[in-house]
Design a protein around this ligand. Structure first.
Ligand SMILES: NC(=O)c1ccc[n+]([C@@H]2O[C@H](COP(=O)([O-])OP(=O)(O)OC[C@H]3O[C@@H](n4cnc5c(N)ncnc54)[C@H](O)[C@@H]3O)[C@@H](O)[C@H]2O)c1
Length: 375
């Protein structure tokens, strides 16, 4: 099969996961050819860490301009910080490349709309993280729901609470700037999982607050540096799904400890525990009507995959036009719209009708081998 050539822009903290997955698991469909960064030294360091090996060519470091001008590169993966996503993404599309970006899609809804419109006009695909929902745990949950095992979905809860990323990330400023905050940073994992499992959301409300006006970085490089907080750091939301289920979500960078589960879906016949949607695997549990114990469910899908699965899935759709790809721009835009809607509802003190919608991404078939995405 032809391989789709890929370039990465943004060689920071998360990029190593993409380098590994694209070169080790999806090298049957993808060839990671080049990497670039505003800081060329970072790109060079990543390229040096990724030399050629059996069946895998080495990655070449170059400037963003040179990468975008390379006619062989068909997909550009945008791993820059949220505030640069839109600017870099538009350059990628204008250069005639398919785009796969890290979350969030963009900062504003208007940017997201412009980006999707340009891609459509140029007949290019837009994919966006997270792709964790394509992992074994969430796909197993999806199959249980689609097979009717939990009955009619009634309610969902989603909790992501921690004390912020300034304790471990070397450059955590962007988590407290516009485009950051717990909802824009971590919400995409939880909301994308919920939309995959239950479908789109039609109405939300929410409450949000900035609990602390500054944060102190305690990770090594910038230990002691103060970061001003521009965005709410504790965000709660209520969602009315189009299928009738009612969801509750809390995302917070203000909580030292808690014992709440990541995601639970409650149906007319059973309750389902969905593990951490920031991961591709984890333990799925079910408690059926009349039972008192939760029981582990054996995963029906491959779980030891990682970030970059959505890029490979998009590559199959480039080679087979008309095949839908799962971590797609419409899904990412709906999630972006929801994240804004919680903040808008809080600011306005009322429910917000969600204007966007999307299809549930196609389920991954069960029983595939690692690296396969279709039967
Ligand atoms: N760090 C994580 O654990 C993690 C996990 C999942 C997703 N993400 C997402 O991945 C993205 C990147 O996060 P990160 O933690 O790797 O950030 P980072 O700050 O470590 O790296 C970002 C890189 O992008 C480069 N960059 C910034 N603006 C650029 C531009 N205009 N052109 C070219 N390069 C530019 C920076 O020089 C830097 O090397 C974010 O959207 C984040 O939400 C991060």
């Amino acid at each position: 099969m032809d391989k789709v050539k890929v370039g990465i822009i943004g060689c920071g903290n998360i990029s190593c996961r993409y380098f590994k997955m694209l070169r080790e698991v999806y090298n049957n469909i993808l060839e990671l050819q080049a990497c670039a960064d505003l800081d060329l030294a970072r790109a060079k360091a990543k390229a040096a860490e990724n030399p050629g090996g059996p069946g895998v060519p080495g990655v070449k470091a170059m400037t963003v301009k040179k990468l975008l001008a390379d006619p062989e590169i068909k997909i550009v993966v945008n791993l820059t910080i949220p505030q640069a996503h839109y600017k870099v993404a538009m350059k990628v599309l204008k250069a005639g490349k398919h785009l796969y970006g890290e979350k969030p899609l963009t900062i504003t809804r208007a940017q997201g709309k412009k980006l999707l419109a340009l891609a459509k006009a140029k007949n290019l695909l837009v994919g966006n993280a997270p792709d964790t929902f394509m992992g074994g745990s969430i796909q197993t949950c999806r199959k249980l729901i689609d097979d009717g095992v939990i009955g009619e979905p009634v309610a969902a809860t989603a909790f992501m609470m921690c004390r912020g990323h300034e304790r471990w990330h070397p450059d955590p400023e962007f988590f407290y700037q516009v485009g950051g905050g717990p909802m824009f940073d971590m919400g995409p994992y939880y909301l994308t999982a919920l939309v995959t499992l239950l479908g789109p959301v039609k109405r939300v409300t929410g409450s949000a607050r900035i609990s602390f006006p500054t944060r102190t970085i305690t990770s090594a490089k910038k230990n002691g540096t103060l970061v001003p907080v521009e965005v709410p750091t504790h965000v709660t939301g209520i969602m009315d799904f189009a299928n009738g289920a009612v969801g509750t979500i809390i995302t917070s960078f203000d909580v030292w400890a808690h014992t709440l589960p990541c995601i639970q879906i409650h149906g007319s016949k059973a309750s389902l525990e969905v593990p951490d949607p920031n991961e591709f695997g984890g333990v799925v549990k079910i408690c059926k009507a009349g039972e008192t114990e939760w029981n582990e469910v054996k995963l029906t899908h491959v779980a030891d995959i990682g970030r970059g699965t959505g890029v490979a899935d998009m590559a199959y759709s480039i080679l087979r036009p008309g095949r839908p790809h799962r971590a797609n721009g419409e899904l990412a835009f709906h999630v972006l719209d929801l994240m804004h809607a919680f903040h808008d509802a809080s600011a306005k003190g009322k429910h917000v009708i969600v204007k966007s919608s999307c299809e549930r991404p196609p389920a991954v078939p069960s029983g595939l081998a690692k690296g396969e995405l279709d039967k």
